[in-house]
Design a protein around this ligand. Structure first.
Ligand code: CA
Length: 220
């Protein structure tokens, strides 16, 4: 999926682009409204409303006038923006800064899925042994029994499930499930991981690599 990120703030754009590329998105960035309007067609636009040269709302309207590309608007907290304004602008969804990276990726996938008229059924469900993860419905079951996860636990599980068997470091997990640039203590990660493990019913689902991170494994 080709993604255009319209964002003038380097401190937001740089980690965001790194993350989106890691997620496999073909991502490029422009810093102004003018450049956004001059860019080649893409599959989805992530549009910051606070741009240096133009009102982001005008950029959104202009993009919408020329194509039906899905648009996710990024607003700063406190911006007066509501659903009605968004519809008038032609945006498909919006996200408020500061936002969690996993939440953004979930929105991108959801908006893209809706716009492509794809039910998503072929990639919505992931099966790993007894574990079934339905990202679209945010449902998880083990051995046919649905388990209730908190949003953070769900994000943790889906992150580990993206590449079963691969170790995700504590830093990566904090970055992606909590906030980019998390400098605080990471004990909260252990607390959520312990709870997730308990809900999965078998501690062997999540292997701790001491001092490094975690990986998801199908228990033998
Ligand atoms: Ca901005």
């Amino acid at each position: 999926m080709q993604l255009l990120v319209v964002e003038d703030d380097n401190s937001i754009a740089e980690p965001l682009l790194d993350g989106l590329k890691r997620e496999g998105f073909d991502t490029f960035r422009v810093e102004t409204g003018e450049a956004a309007l001059a860019a080649d067609p893409v599959d989805l636009v992530l549009l910051d409303l606070g741009l240096p040269d133009m009102d982001g709302k005008d950029v959104c309207r202009a993009l919408r006038d020329r194509s039906d590309v899905p648009i996710i608007v990024v607003t700063a907290r406190g911006d007066e923006i509501d659903r009605v304004v968004l519809l008038e602008l032609g945006a498909d969804d919006y996200i408020v800064k500061p936002f969690g990276f996993r939440e953004l990726v979930a929105r991108i996938r959801a908006v893209h899925r809706r716009s492509s008229g794809n039910s998503g059924s072929e990639d919505a469900e992931q099966r790993l042994g007894e574990l079934v993860i339905d990202r679209r419905a945010r449902h998880v079951s083990v051995g046919g029994r649905q388990i209730m996860l908190t949003p953070k636990e769900f994000d943790l599980l889906t992150l580990l499930a993206e590449d079963p068997g691969a170790v995700r470091t504590r830093e990566e997990i904090m970055d992606e499930v909590w906030d980019p640039h998390w400098y605080g203590p990471t004990k909260t990660l252990d607390v959520h991981m312990a709870s997730l493990r308990k809900k999965l019913g078998d501690p062997a689902w999540i292997i701790t690599i001491r001092g490094v991170g975690f990986r998801l494994d199908v228990p033998a």
